[in-house]
Write a protein that binds this ligand. Structure first.
Ligand code: ZN
Length: 557
């Protein structure tokens, strides 16, 4: 960018001194995706983090040997060593809490198999028993300290002193965070001034005694609510941890990041793998190529007859009343289209137009969230599709953190279209298999029905595809990949399936004479010029609907 400006300036100056005999015409630079403007750092869990799934593990004391005084949450040094060996055998790479923060909020690149190790309650056993193992492996870790207990040596579980903590902190792999002053059983149950004291005084005391900023907090017993989260943020904590078995990127808030208890380490690793397989960790972002010519193909792939429309400029639209895709096209002047996303009230006569998942069309000023919290968990990790004029992305959905404009704008500043797909069908050219599709748990994924998809080819052309006959999602995914679709999501299928080229209905899941394709609240429309050869093909393959009275007449004959 700077180079071009410099060059333009130099040319302008030269021009002043001696005007060239023929007018100088600068070659315009190739149109490209505009450089992303300088970003304000994001401070919430970002969509940029959705290409990883990181388990944060919580330990307490690490003891020399288990005996009858041991607590369930103690970990013996042998058990600890075995856990570190397990992580190593899985190729896990421990990262610091600071790296976790930078990844969660701004998508810092971290290893695909990252894991975070944390220790609550400041036990001397961490220094005596865990640290040698951690140091030997060069593993970063974080200790959460409740300041009223620093240096307490009485009892079975002595706590580290500031001298010991300062010694630990000479190792750049060590981070210290706050665990409040007195370790209240449930911080969120205390009155606000007391909560503030617990959060602020512990932070100040650690900062004074350890001579550094304290940015991270672990709630005692993991207990917190939205008020407590707000107080933690106001107190200056950048990130806070709960104790909910869950992966960091799927946490409800940066002030409530999930952690697994260490006894569930293997479960945590399994959850991670499952999330990655099911579409979590599958964020895809690529340039979108707008081609003026819209063409139609009807081909058989993997035993499925596919109708595919490629090219054109895609945009989404919603209907106040529900319309057929043909009506959408007639109303907006678009040239082709396909039915869009899933909607809440699927009954054909229903007029309730609430869509499932977040939604934005070019005419909406902001993203509209999905407020139906009862279905949020079912939607987690389903692909959200978003695009601007220049690029398209498929991001695993997180219901708590992707419901407003801010995360979308942070991820793609010029985003114009947002909706949720039913499942990722093809990822980077590879079709999802039955097992992967079942992770989403949608009951009908393996039913044979007419199916619809939105996809993109490897060179960034949009593809609207539908099956001409019934197929399962896995068959559809295989067929799409074979047809050269590089990434694709499932659209609402069955009765809603409707692919229209020009004014010809090429695929439909619903056919009565009065409604040759079913009215839907959301559609994806293509603008451009219809390819003439494709228009002939559309004419030949148009689904014709016999009006009801003609049918009756035919029956009588
Ligand atoms: Zn604790």
């Amino acid at each position: 960018m700077k180079f071009w400006w410099g060059l333009a300036l130099a040319v302008a100056l030269v021009g002043c001194q001696s005007p060239p005999s023929t007018p100088f015409v600068a070659k315009p630079p190739e149109p490209t995706v505009p450089a992303e403007p300088e970003r304000t750092p994001y401070t919430q869990i970002s969509m940029r983090a959705q290409d990883r799934r990181i388990p944060v593990i919580m330990y307490h004391d690490v003891i020399a040997k288990r005996d009858r005084n041991s607590q369930w949450f103690d970990c013996s040094v042998d058990e600890f060593r075995a856990q570190m060996e397990f992580l190593k055998s899985q190729g896990a790479v421990p990262i610091s809490v600071q790296d976790l923060y930078d990844h969660l909020t701004n998508g810092k690149e971290v290893p695909e198999t990252a894991v975070v190790l944390t220790f609550d309650d400041n036990y001397q056993g961490v220094y005596d028993n865990a640290y040698p193992v951690l140091k030997e492996n060069g593993y970063p870790f974080c200790v959460f300290v409740h300041t009223a207990f620093v240096g307490k040596t009485e009892g079975l579980h002595p706590k580290m002193s500031y001298t010991t903590l300062n010694e630990l902190l000479t190792d750049p792999n060590v981070t210290v965070g706050s665990h409040t002053v007195t370790h209240p059983d449930d911080l969120s149950q205390l009155d606000i001034p007391t909560q503030e004291q617990e959060l602020q005084i512990s932070k100040q005391e650690l900062e004074t005694n350890l001579n550094r900023k304290i940015d991270f907090l672990a709630y005692p017993n993991g207990k917190n609510d939205e008020t407590t989260q707000g107080l933690a943020e106001s107190a200056g904590y950048k990130m806070s941890f709960s104790i909910v078995n869950g992966l960091a990127e799927e946490s409800p808030s940066i002030q409530c990041v999930s952690r697994y208890v260490h006894t569930r380490l293997e479960k945590a690793w399994e959850d991670r793998q499952r999330a990655m397989d099911g579409g979590g960790g599958g964020a895809i972002r690529m340039p979108l190529k707008s081609d003026g010519t819209i063409s139609l193909k009807i081909e058989e792939h993997a035993g499925v007859r596919l109708a595919m429309i490629t090219g054109g400029t895609p945009e989404t639209d919603t209907s106040e009343t529900r319309e057929s895709v043909l009506q959408f096209i007639q109303r907006t002047g678009a040239q082709a289209g396909i039915n869009g996303t899933f909607f809440a009230m699927a009954a054909i006569k229903s007029t309730d137009n609430r869509l499932v998942g977040p939604c934005k069309t070019p005419t909406m000023p902001e993203v509209i969230g999905d407020t139906e919290t009862t279905r949020w968990e079912k939607l987690r990790n389903r692909p959200v599709v978003l695009w601007s004029k220049y690029e398209i992305a498929f991001v695993p959905f997180q219901p708590e953190t992707m419901q407003t404009d801010a995360p979308f704008k942070d991820y793609m500043p010029e985003v114009q279209n947002v909706f949720m797909g039913g499942a990722l069908l093809v990822r980077n050219g590879v079709p999802m298999d039955r097992k992967q599709l079942m992770i989403f748990g949608s009951r009908d994924v393996m039913d044979a029905r007419r199916r619809a998809a939105l996809g993109v080819t490897m060179d960034g052309q949009i593809v609207c595809a539908a099956t001409r006959e019934s197929a399962t999602s896995a068959q559809f995914a295989t067929a799409l990949a074979e047809a050269g679709v590089n990434n694709a999501v499932l659209l609402d299928s069955g009765f809603s399936t409707s692919l229209v080229f020009g004014e010809k209905i090429i695929a439909s899941g619903h056919s009565t004479a009065s409604e040759p394709s079913r009215p839907v609240p959301h559609a994806i429309l293509l603008r451009g010029t219809l390819d003439p050869a494709s228009q002939v093909l559309a004419q030949q393959n148009e689904l014709r609907f016999v009006p009801e009275e003609n049918r009756r007449r035919r029956r009588r004959q």
